[in-house]
Every structure is written in structure tokens, then in C-alpha cells.
Design a protein around this ligand. Structure first.
Ligand code: PEP
Length: 258
């Protein structure tokens, strides 16, 4: 039995335009309805591109869907001369409840470091958005055996100075970079090892009550065929799913992992 409510989150990355988004969300909602999905037991969230959010909002509000949605990134700033960036206020106005922060593709392709990620968490909190903080090591770090210390230092840097109260809704996703989009999945023991280590770090930075309340997800080539074993670890509270979230039936199956 899960002590924390599991969350199955789909990161669409740079896929699906706003028309395709409507079809995908509709099919996902129908498939979950057919399976009598209980959203109070297992939360389901999707993270489409920015340009899809208005369509998703219209559909979710119009059909009273229990699906949560959010953006894949946000600006650390609130307005002004930041060409191409999107502030948190616009996202919460569009009904987003969560926002991905520090995904490895943002860290790598856009050179986002600890300071930027910290500022983005602050921006999310300012606008009532739940930060879904992504952390995890690359292959070289894993091979050097430094995956735990590397990941924990990302957590510590991202959360520095925030209070437990401010972070009460925080979600953390452990995503080993070598397992993202590669078909290589960390074993259930690896997912549990890091989830447990992150929880212990939260207990050290805050307290045990806080640590026990925070959801820690695993991400990296999660599919319907491996989700149950990955979520078997007592500290793994859900999954952040990339590729497999683009197929409504497959993603619905993942959400129905039990
Ligand atoms: C991701 O983008 O967060 C992810 C885990 O991708 P995939 O499931 O495709 O490995």
C-alpha cells in the first residue's frame, strides 16, 4: 500500500501540436474512464508543450476531467525583456498545477545550472505552481560510482533556503540521464536506492515528517511492462514518463500499474 498518493506524469517533450494534444488528451481520458481509473488513488498529469496548454485547459475544464497538467519549464522572471520565455503567472492562469524544473534536457541543452533551477523553483512557488524537480546523474558519474552524491547535491542546491512549508507540494523525479529515451531502465533496486537516499536527504535538510510526505518519482524508459516492478520500491511514488506518454493506451496502462 502506498503511503503517498502515486503520481504518473507524462512529459511530452517537443511532440504534439495543439490539435494532436486535444486528440491525445481525449483518448487518454476515455481510456482511463473505461478502466474506471480512480484519480484520487493515482494522480495522472501531462506536460505538453506551452503552445498546447490553452487547448488542454479548454478540454479539461469543458469535460471536467480529473487530469492534471503543467508545463515543461518556466522563466525565473515574472515579466519583461526575456524573449521567448514564459512566466509562471501565465501558466497558473492556464490552469497548470505543476511545472517541470531542471529536466536533464534543460540542464544539458540549455545549460541550466543549480542557480537557474533554484530561481525557477522560487518562481513556481510565487505563482502557486507545484515544482516537479528533476535530478539524476549521467553515465560517467554512474560509472564512477558517484551517482548518489551527485544526485543529492542537485537536490540540496535546488532546495537551498526554502522552508518545508513553502515546499509542502514539492515532487522530485529521479531520472538517471543514461536511462532517458535510451530504452535502458534503471533496475527497481537503483530506483529505490536513489529514492531512499533523496528521502533521507530531505529528512536531514528538514525533518522526517516532511521527508515522508514528499513524492519521489522515477523516470527513464518507463513502460507498462516495467512500471509495476519499478514502483515496487517503498520510496518510489510514481513515474515520470517520456516516450511512452505519447501513446494514450500505453500511458493509461502505466497509470493503471497496480
Ligand atoms: C523523461 O523525459 O523524463 C523521460 C523519462 O523520458 P523516457 O521515458 O522517454 O525515457
Amino acid at each position: 500500500a502506498f503511503v503517498r498518493r502515486p503520481l504518473i506524469a507524462g512529459n511530452w517533450k517537443m511532440n504534439m501540436d495543439h490539435i494532436q494534444a486535444i486528440a491525445l488528451v481525449q483518448k487518454l481520458a476515455w481510456t482511463l474512464d473505461d478502466a474506471s481509473h480512480d484519480y484520487d488513488r493515482v494522480e495522472v498529469a501531462v506536460f505538453p508543450p506551452f503552445t498546447d496548454l490553452r487547448s488542454v485547459q479548454t478540454l479539461v475544464a469543458g469535460d471536467k476531467l480529473s487530469l492534471l497538467y503543467g508545463a515543461q519549464d518556466l522563466s525565473s522572471e515574472d515579466s519583461g525583456a526575456y524573449t521567448g520565455d514564459i512566466p509562471g503567472a501565465f501558466l497558473s492562469k492556464l490552469g497548470c498545477s505543476q511545472v517541470l524544473i531542471g529536466h536533464s534536457e534543460r540542464r544539458e541543452i540549455h545549460n541550466e545550472g543549480d542557480n537557474v533551477i533554484h530561481a525557477k523553483i522560487e518562481a513556481a512557488l510565487r505563482h502557486g505552481l507545484t515544482p516537479l524537480l528533476c535530478v539524476g546523474e549521467g553515465l560517467e558519474v554512474r560509472e564512477a560510482g558517484e551517482h548518489v552524491s551527485h544526485t543529492l547535491s542537485q537536490v540540496e542546491a535546488a532546495l537551498k533556503g526554502f522552508t518545508a512549508e513553502e515546499l509542502s507540494d514539492l515532487v522530485i523525479a529521479y531520472e538517471p540521464v543514461w536511462a532517458i529515451g535510451t530504452g535502458k531502465t534503471a533496475g527497481p533496486e537503483d530506483a529505490q536506492e536513489l529514492a531512499e537516499a533523496i528521502r533521507a536527504k530531505l529528512a536531514e535538510l528538514y525533518d522526517k515528517g516532511f521527508a515522508d510526505s514528499i513524492r519521489i518519482l522515477y523516470g527513464g524508459s518507463v513502460k507498462s511492462s516495467n512500471v509495476a516492478s519499478i514502483l515496487g520500491g517503498p520510496d518510489v511514488d510514481g513515474a515520470l514518463v517520456g516516450g511512452a506518454s505519447l501513446d494514450a493506451e500505453e500511458f493509461a496502462k502505466i497509470a493503471q500499474f497496480e
